[in-house]
Design a protein around this ligand. Structure first.
Ligand SMILES: *[C@@H]1O[C@H](CO)[C@@H](O)[C@H](O)[C@H]1NC(C)=O
Ligand SMILES: *[C@@H]1O[C@H](CO)[C@@H](O)[C@H](O)[C@H]1NC(C)=O
Ligand SMILES: *[C@@H]1O[C@H](CO)[C@@H](O)[C@H](O)[C@H]1NC(C)=O
Ligand SMILES: *[C@@H]1O[C@H](CO)[C@@H](O)[C@H](O)[C@H]1NC(C)=O
Ligand SMILES: *[C@@H]1O[C@H](CO)[C@@H](O)[C@H](O)[C@H]1NC(C)=O
Length: 657
């Protein structure tokens, strides 16, 4: 009872103060209240939507923001690139639990990003430059979707000279991220940093305060909130006395609640005393509530269509026939002693279903070699026929869970053969695609696609080397083992050759040297030495093929010419620029950034170094590949870009109000 009264008094005083000063003297920041949704409404273009006021003790400071990992921004390097931050500061923050700059976090997990924050005119902000990538982007989608609510359309409009209707692919925009430095009051109360936390479905001020172990009132005050009513994708400032640590995981629901649930979601139910506060502050609060409700309505209105679109866009996975599961096939258990584990989570197909799916393994369904295309209830799959016992390969494939490694979905044992059923990839293998630009079809992989492929393959190899337990090597990486799906994303295949890396320190040797000419590292050919650096070497050759469009080994008058031997000459001596331009696939024309091609060529050369100790580790390779990939996302083909006078396209500052 007494507690309630105290609470009530606290709020009453606060409400009175709010009314008397109508805003600014406490020097904290007003909550957006979903006004960032009203991009077209001039009355919502004000100093609340434009930024956090520059009212702190310091003009610049260290601050933190939250970001939810979302492809392709799922590692410290890629997130740092998008947010203009430093990857090492993100990965070294203990809360993020990242083992390296490139370790990827699951989609939707919360990543904390330290940023420098400073006053620009009236507002605190962290500047970044963003390049428009497709013609559906608007100030709103950039603010809400790409930057997840860390800025607003109003702030973007105010700080860029390009009109809403004039935005074009390749335009560079200034993105002011919302951040702030502690005010005098906050400093007195012990706050050293402010965290811009982006609210999510199911968040409350109370739950946010609880997760960071801070006083709920300090969070309410920091956002000039009198009521625990917040909206998803709006920034909430959290004053912190030290680097952020989380006591509890935030209670946000993993996925948006159903629309009927949203009605009650943002409104906190327990504190009935709020009712009286509303009576106390009367019209002002009523208005706030009204705006809040109109914002909510806006949300209802928009959600369903968006969800439907997303659902339509999600590709359906091949669904095996449920009635084809057959556990009675005893030959399976006989031929594969250790195969029981695999059986449990893979679909076992009947041979007659495979026959039906592939038209009796007809020639017209051959994808390549002994791999057939099959159709199960309209969904495609690839069926590979293998002789004898392949339990080791199957058990390995079962353990793998990576987007860039081909997924095994089922099997069938019949007549001494094992039939492995894989996910189907639309575009076939990388070597075919690279060579097709030489033929009649003249399809050319773009620079961005090539860089994405390099990044995907590096990611998959890094996973095999550093995230599998025990670690694995692919051992037979080449461009015919790199398959591309409908979006030209790479999937590593044929890892039947893969083997574990033994950690006893002894050099592994083999007399049985198998592999593909042009991809095999010298120490392996010469003395059968097996280390993960085999894959690094082969990856270097793949990079060279992506760069040059040439084959790893080509026959010419003097015999076999190896691509791995040719790169040294390109990057040494004089006329580097000319030599590199000559080396790069002519099918690309001038549609590639020379400086990034140079970085990629250097990376490739390091990977194919003769001395295996001079080659980088796969983790280092992935960091380099990620940087090239991130920079390439922002690169624009010259035809679209240089035709504009570049100076007039750069963001210009418009004085704030
Ligand atoms: C914010 O805008 C309002 C009116 O739009 C104005 O009265 C107020 O002084 C502004 N505050 C600051 C700190 O600029
Ligand atoms: C940190 O990551 C490791 C492995 O990536 C995981 O096992 C561990 O549970 C994580 N710790 C926390 C606190 O999330
Ligand atoms: C932030 O500021 C500090 C000190 O002023 C500086 O050392 C650091 O490099 C800055 N970080 C970024 C990402 O600019
Ligand atoms: C950020 O951009 C604004 C507007 O162009 C500019 O006034 C400000 O100085 C920039 N801040 C930094 C730290 O570069
Ligand atoms: C804002 O972005 C989030 C995801 O970041 C999305 O779920 C939401 O629907 C977007 N809001 C609007 C109004 O488009």
């Amino acid at each position: 009872m007494e507690k309630n009264l105290k609470l009530w008094l606290k709020f009453y005083v606060l409400a009175l103060l709010l009314l008397l000063h109508s805003g600014s003297t406490e020097g904290q920041q007003a909550y957006l209240n979903n006004d960032q949704l009203e991009c077209a409404d001039k009355s919502k273009d004000n100093n609340v939507t434009r930024g956090f006021l520059c009212n702190g003790v310091q003009k610049s400071c260290k601050s933190y923001i939250t970001f939810r990992a979302e492809a392709p921004h799922t590692s410290a390097v890629t997130i740092a690139y998008l947010l203009g931050a430093q990857p090492d500061l993100i990965s070294s923050l203990r809360l993020n639990n990242l083992s390296s700059d490139v370790s990827s976090v699951p989609a939707n997990s919360l990543v904390f990003v330290p940023l420098n924050c400073s006053c620009a005119g009236s507002y605190y902000q962290h500047n970044i430059t963003y390049t428009i990538k497709d013609d559906t982007e608007t100030y709103f989608t950039i603010a809400n979707d790409t930057y997840q609510g860390l800025t607003t359309c109003q702030a973007m409009k105010a700080q860029n000279s390009i009109g809403i209707l004039d935005l074009k692919v390749c335009d560079k925009l200034l993105v002011p991220l919302r951040c702030a430095c502690p005010t005098l009051d906050q400093t007195k109360a012990g706050a050293k940093f402010l965290l811009t936390y982006i609210a999510y479905w199911g968040d409350f001020i109370s739950s946010i305060a609880e997760s960071f172990g801070v006083d709920e009132q300090s969070v309410l005050d920091a956002n000039k909130l009198t009521e625990d009513l917040i909206f998803p994708f709006t920034p909430v400032l959290v004053p912190l006395a030290a680097e952020p640590t989380m006591i509890l995981a935030p209670q946000a629901s993993p996925s948006p609640p159903s629309p009927s649930h949203i009605t009650s979601a943002p409104i906190r139910k327990s504190k009935s005393s709020y009712k009286w506060v509303f009576v106390g502050i009367g019209i002002a609060a009523g208005l706030i509530l009204l705006f809040g409700l109109s914002g909510l309505l806006f949300f209802f209105y928009r959600r369903p269509s968006q969800k439907a679109e997303q659902e339509a866009a999600t590709p359906s996975e091949p669904k095996p026939l449920s009635d084809s599961i057959d556990y009675s096939d005893d030959s399976w258990f006989v031929s594969i002693h250790e195969g029981r584990y695999a059986v449990e989570s893979l679909t076992s197909y009947k041979f007659k279903d495979l026959e039906a799916a592939t038209g009796n393994f007809s020639e017209s369904n051959i994808i390549k070699g002994s791999v057939y295309r099959g159709q199960f209830q309209g969904d495609y799959a690839a069926i590979k026929v293998m002789k004898g016992d392949v339990s080791a390969a199957m058990n390995l494939l079962k353990k793998i869970n990576h987007n860039n490694i081909i997924r095994l979905s089922g099997f069938c044992v019949h007549g001494g053969n094992t039939y492995l059923v894989y996910e189907h990839v639309e575009k076939g293998s990388l070597d075919d695609l690279l060579q097709s630009s030489k033929g009649q079809t003249s399809f050319t992989l773009s620079w961005k696609q090539r860089v994405q492929i390099a990044y995907d393959v590096a990611d998959a190899l890094n996973y095999l080397h550093n995230y599998m337990n025990p670690p694995y090597m692919h051992k037979n990486l080449n461009t015919s083992n790199i398959l591309l799906d409908g979006n030209f994303r790479a999937k590593l295949a044929n890892i039947g050759f893969a083997r574990t890396v033994e950690n006893d320190g002894d050099l592994q040797l083999t007399r049985h040297v198998v592999g593909t000419l042009g991809y095999m590292a010298p120490e392996y050919i010469e003395s059968g030495v097996i280390t993960p650096k085999l894959d690094v070497f082969a990856f270097g050759v793949v990079l060279l093929e992506l760069l040059s469009g040439r084959k790893a080994a080509e026959k010419n008058a003097e015999g076999e010419e190896l691509l791995s031997a040719s790169i040294k000459g390109v990057l040494e001596g004089v006329d580097l620029r000319e030599k590199l331009q000559n080396f790069i696939d002519h099918a690309l024309g001038a549609e590639y950034p020379l400086h990034l091609a140079f970085s990629m060529a250097q990376l490739a050369r390091n990977c194919v170094a003769y001395d295996l100790n001079a080659r980088p580790s796969m983790a280092e390779v992935l960091i380099a590949a990620t940087k090239i990939f991130s920079s390439s996302l922002d690169w624009c083909p010259s035809s679209e870009f240089q035709s504009q006078s570049s100076s007039s396209r750069l963001p210009t500052r418009i004085i704030g109000c």
